[in-house]
Design a protein around this ligand. Sequence first.
Ligand code: NAD
Length: 360
Amino acid sequence: MIVGVPREIKSWENRVAMTPGGVEALTRRGHTVLVERGAGLGSGLTDEEYEAAGATLTDAAGAWGAQLVIKVKEPLPEEYKYLREDLLLFTYLHLAAARDLTDAMLASKVTGVAYETVQLPDGSLPLLSPMSEVAGRLAPQVGAHHLEKRQGGRGMLLGGVPGVPPAEVVILGGGVVGINSIKIAVGLGARVTVLDINHARMQYLDDVFGGRIVTMNSTEANVREMVMKADLVIGAVLIPGAKAPHLVTRGMIAQMKEGSVVVDVAVDQGGCVETIYATTHDKPTYVIDGVVHYGVANMPGAVPRTSTFALVNQTLPYALKLADKGLDALRESAPLRLGLNTFGGTLTCQAVAEAFDLPC
Ligand code: NAD
């Protein structure tokens, strides 16, 4: 099959959908890989590395002309012209939040397989979790940076020093983001408390981290108590398919310590802090009631090199299946079939159809 890898054109999107290692895996199986010139530069991957791996360099139209196009972000309006019936598109789509794109996909009859709805039998989302891992590990790092005085923080070192206590880090939600935040915060020497509503998950975290963290049931009273003590709060809750609950109210923020920091990773689902709104890497923070708020909705974009490799590690096995078997891969693989969002001008994902009241 001919596989295309266009350069991402979304503002500040420096990830790329295929690494030279991925290109090598595809070409070794007899596929032709067309990579748009400069596609990997934002992740530190040169055209020469792609060529050495067996790719043919081309322009945007060339990459989009392939039978299977692998991307990171959803097509932007400038790219709608490339959508067509005999194209198999594999990328993050997030259609439920994008009516124009959904209409363009349906009108073009493109076959769209969305990373975010590929699902394993245990309900997990294997192509979403690598980005949660990145964001989770980034959150304490970002929090530590903004606790510095020059960044508007309390002027505290997360790990303290001998004779001076470490910072209090409070993590709301102990899922994929949460456990990765715990690892880094504990590693930096902070005192860490995790609040969740899932008892089995807290048993697991307690087993894994032993005495190095405190777990607490996520009740309103416990959240209030811990947020008031916190130097850094990390929001990491998720109720699948729903808006995040506002666990930290405006009133709680007003009672937090001056210069404390909130990193609400769940901002992409509306956030679990009432005062959070989505910010960008250009201006990631703002201050309310003396509390520094960080609400970047695409945190992995800060570390595109790590994120690209983390993403491709997970997408490559599926990309290989699609390249080897085309539409038959969807018939044979239940997880991939769940990834199918549009086919032949019809929606094939229930959640997207419900969002727009369209047939499925
Ligand atoms: P997850 O499902 O693995 O974990 C969510 C956890 O929240 C679960 O353990 C669940 O029990 C817990 N939870 C649910 N309700 C709760 C409550 N009331 N109090 C405390 N805990 C509660 O999800 P995840 O992969 O860790 O993702 C977390 C959030 O981070 C999601 O909104 C996701 O979209 C977001 N995310 C954001 C970025 C970014 O760049 N900002 C990147 C990746 C993920």
